[in-house]
Design a protein around this ligand. Structure first.
Ligand code: NAD
Length: 435
């Protein structure tokens, strides 16, 4: 099929590359010329494992092309995926300006009947609005059918998720369109759940809210464990044995971040407020996460007192491992709080330094070598569970730091391993070790 993807971000690029790999003829359009220039020359503007080689292969095969020209992108597309950003506004609600522009542009340039699938995460009613925008501006003889088709990929494993996701949600009131979408996705052999548009929109927000709730829940339990000397990993394993609960997403840490959970939980809470239906459970999830981001600062002060002028190594800037995405990363919140305390911050990350630098500027020092970041530090705080950090030999903390004091915000190290080294160590919801 001739497919166009609007947006060359984390979702748009993965969708484009994977649909091309499935054999579709894919055009990906973005409004950022520099991104498209990069992509046309075979380089990916984002880090996502496996993405660059898929892009390269399908560019070479001519299954995939990139453009900033809407006429080229939309005039003869049979299927269009909208994957533009829906960032957070000041009041927490989703900013739909990119969605509106995309809908206007599609209506203006379409020259044949088309199905428009929204992959962007959008509040209830948005797909109906997209339908209205397109209907009011498209050529009268043409049809456009808007489908809510929320995306569930996880950065870091996005390609695997595309080909082996748990489900594909298709929200439409038109059975013929539902059948076309079912046929389109059928080769993936992933269960397809067909529903109405509004339910599809809610499924996406409810999924993210539920997962965020699991994280905040286990983090609250970790706080209890911290207080009584229990071990959250034992607790998580024990409760996860109950099939009604399950073992997944019960890892304690310094809170969730990224481009989805923080923004989508706030947007849902804001949407509830807008409906005059407060969501106190969700509000608490958000509150717990905020508190969790500051946990290392509390532990740091207990361990070293004032942080003023002390060299602190931050290990990891990305919001999680295997991505260069630093949006709402716990590391960045931590760095802001440490800066207020007057700490001298040196941050390590294998991939995400350029993105972090765009936000933090030169207010801190950056190192791509973990040992250099640790050299002469009086405190190390692990903010991202990168392989490079999890597999760092523990004696590096002893040989490089001024004092081997480690706050492990992601519970990267087994406690038995830590016991063998003279390191002062704090993690989240596991027994302390003080030298
Ligand atoms: P992103 O910021 O990485 O990319 C969005 C892209 O859209 C940008 O390159 C931007 O230039 C482009 N764009 C904006 N307006 C455009 C227009 N009119 N035409 C063409 N391109 C346009 O965003 P993302 O992380 O890919 O997320 C996209 C959407 O998918 C959001 O709604 C997000 O909530 C949702 N989502 C994201 C993830 C994720 O893990 N990143 C997962 C599931 C769902």
């Amino acid at each position: 099929m001739k497919v166009t993807v609007a947006g060359a971000g984390y979702v748009g690029l993965v969708t484009s590359a994977c649909l091309a790999e499935m054999g579709h003829e894919v055009t990906c359009i973005d409004i950022q010329k520099e991104k498209i220039d990069m992509l046309q020359s075979g380089r990916s503007p984002i880090y996502e494992p496996g993405l660059e080689s898929l892009l390269e292969k399908n560019l070479h095969n001519k299954q995939l092309n990139f453009t900033i020209n809407p006429n080229e992108a939309y005039s003869n597309a049979e299927l269009i995926f909208i994957a533009v950003g829906t960032p957070e506004q000041h009041d927490g609600s989703a900013d739909l300006k990119y969605i509106h522009v995309a809908a206007h542009t599609i209506a203006h340039y379409m020259e044949q009947d088309v199905i428009v699938c929204t992959k962007s995460t959008v509040p209830v009613g948005t797909n109906e609005l997209i339908q209205q925008i397109i209907d009011s501006r498209k050529p009268p003889n043409l049809r456009a059918e808007v489908v809510a088709n929320p995306e569930f990929l996880r950065e870091g494993t996005a390609i695997i998720d595309f080909f082996h996701g748990d489900r594909i949600v298709v929200g439409t009131s038109d059975p013929k369109v539902a059948a076309i979408m079912e046929q389109f996705y059928q080769p993936l052999q992933i269960p397809i759940y067909k529903t109405d548009i509004r339910s599809a929109e809610i499924i996406k927000y409810a999924s993210n809210a539920f997962l965020a709730m699991k994280i905040s829940f286990i983090n609250e339990m970790a706080g209890i464990c911290d207080n009584v000397g229990a071990n959250i990993e034992e607790v998580a394993f024990g409760i996860g044995l109950d099939k009604r609960i399950g073992p997944h997403f019960l890892k304690a840490g310094i809170g969730y971040g990224g481009s989805c959970f923080p923004k989508d939980t706030k947007a849902l809470a804001q949407f509830g407020g807008h409906l005059n239906q407060p969501l106190p459970l969700l509000d608490a999830v958000i509150q717990v996460n905020k508190r969790q981001h500051s946990l290392p600062i509390v532990k740091a002060k207990e361990l070293v007192g004032s942080l003023k002028g002390k060299k602190v190594a931050i290990l990891g800037l990305a919001f999680k491992a295997d991505t260069d995405d630093v949006r709402e990363s716990a590391a960045l919140t931590l760095i802001n709080e440490l800066s207020v305390e007057g700490a001298d911050i040196c941050a390590y990350d294998p991939i995400a330094i350029p993105n972090a630098k765009r936000i933090l500027g030169d207010s801190i020092t950056y190192r791509e070598d973990i040992r250099e970041a640790l050299t002469d530090a009086e405190l190390a705080i692990i903010a991202t569970e990168w392989e490079q950090i999890r597999h760092l030999p523990l004696d590096v903390y002893l040989t490089h730091m001024k004092k081997p004091i480690v706050i492990d915000g992601r519970n990267c190290y087994p406690l038995q391993a830590i016991q063998q080294y003279p390191i002062t160590y704090r993690s989240v919801g596991r027994p302390d070790k003080t030298m």
